[in-house]
Write a protein of this length. Structure first.
Length: 399
């Protein structure tokens, strides 16, 4: 049974919640001690007892909960979640009607009105990702709502919160319906991806880079050499090869990247042996490339926000300038660096400052060709700038 508790908001935070800011912070509420467990419905009031918003308590990164509605009388039940899901599906109607793309986001957390929850579609299968114990407490209600809103082959889930010490009756990722084939083949702009819905935290492709991959294929790859760093399963390399690149080189430290990338080439009828797939620390590879005087026409930089290897620690906010300088040195004149980050700790303006600083320190010149943020299906709440995390810039090296 979901509990409901009334809490008081500190005066200095009242206006931002009234204006629609969706993340409830720990420091904004006077009496968190009233809330005994995550998943509790919380009604926030001013100190003069005026209702502000209704939300839920769920610890996620820096947040302590998410706003659900500005209507005090609205019940957080199956009907509530179904309305949100139906609205999200209607917004993505174009994706459902596009036979060339069968993998896309259906529900994007606070962008669609419920922070802490995402739902992705993979060729008739749905994957729910829970980002806190708080939203997971609504699992059965949300599942019922999803089933009432879509026809599905099967439903899976990912838990992105710490489950240690918790008793859960759903240890694996499969929930209901038919199990997906392994791999499950999905399409993105006509290109095949082999994904796995029940194999660890990630499925094998990051859907937020869809527009960037298409741009590389359609506008930049033809007759070029492409280096894909932090390559994961090689998605940028696949699009480069299909776009006519002379050769792609994929570099990632994880050993699984080798068989995974080979598989992605194979499901697109490209011989993996015709491409270079290297298991190596990216920074070590940069040193090797400089030593061997290797130059690439396109260099893709899409590092995690934070990563640690035996010899290197990488933080996007601290180390991206250094990473860019490494890439600039092995990019051919008139070549293109695709600089990308999913760090929410800084905005596009600061990211462009990183680019400017890297070229200035190397006495180089550049031109920004184009830039990207999140695609349409990754809907963003305009009141929550942190949710618009993706920043991608295509940089032409002039000198």
């Amino acid at each position: 049974m979901i509990q409901e508790v009334n809490l008081t908001v500190k005066p200095e935070f009242t206006t931002q919640y009234q204006d629609g800011y969706p993340l409830i912070s720990k420091e904004s509420v006077v009496d968190w001690s009233k809330v005994k467990e995550e998943g509790t419905i919380i009604n926030l009031f001013t100190q003069t007892k005026k209702f502000i918003i209704k939300g839920y308590h769920g610890i996620q990164n820096k947040g302590y909960g998410w706003i659900l509605t500005h209507n005090q009388d609205e019940k957080i039940d199956v009907e509530y979640f179904a309305k949100k899901i139906d609205s999200a599906i209607q917004y993505r109607e174009d994706f459902y009607n596009d036979n060339a793309t069968t993998a896309f986001r259906v529900f994007n957390g606070e962008g669609d009105g419920i922070g802490g929850l995402t739902i992705d579609h993979f060729n008739g299968y749905y994957l729910l990702t829970w980002y806190s114990i708080g939203i997971y407490a609504f699992k059965s209600t949300i599942l019922e709502a999803l089933k009432s809103s879509v026809s599905y082959k099967g439903i899976y889930q990912k838990k992105r919160f710490d489950t240690k010490g918790m008793y859960l009756d759903d240890a694996d990722d499969f929930i209901c319906g038919d199990k997906a084939s392994e791999p499950l083949i999905v399409k993105e702009n006509g290109v095949n991806f082999a994904i796995y819905l029940d194999d660890g935290a990630m499925v094998g492709v990051f859907l937020d880079q869809r527009d960037v991959r298409k741009t590389i294929r359609d506008k930049y790859a033809k007759n070029k050499t492409l280096l894909n760093t932090f390559s994961y399963t090689g998605a940028f390399s696949i699009f480069g090869a299909i776009g006519g690149a002379r050769k792609t080189t994929s570099v990632d430290l994880a050993k699984r990247s080798l068989p995974k990338t080979k598989e992605q080439f194979s499901v697109n009828y490209i011989d993996p042996e015709s491409q270079d797939i290297i298991v190596e620390d990216v920074f070590n590879y940069f040193k090797y490339a400089v030593r061997k005087k290797l130059l690439f026409d396109i260099v893709v930089l899409d590092p995690p926000s934070f990563a640690r290897s035996k010899k290197h620690t990488f933080s996007a906010s601290k180390d991206y300038v250094k990473l860019l300088k490494e890439a600039i040195q092995i990019t051919s004149k008139d070549g293109v660096i695709v600089a990308s980050t999913n760090s929410a700790n800084f905005n596009m303006m600061r990211f462009r400052d990183f680019i400017h600083k890297a070229f200035k320190e190397l006495h180089g010149k550049y031109k920004v060709e184009e830039s990207f943020s999140l695609p349409k299906d990754f809907k963003v709440n305009p009141k929550f700038k942190e949710g618009d995390y993706l920043k991608v810039v295509f940089i032409r090296k002039l000198k």
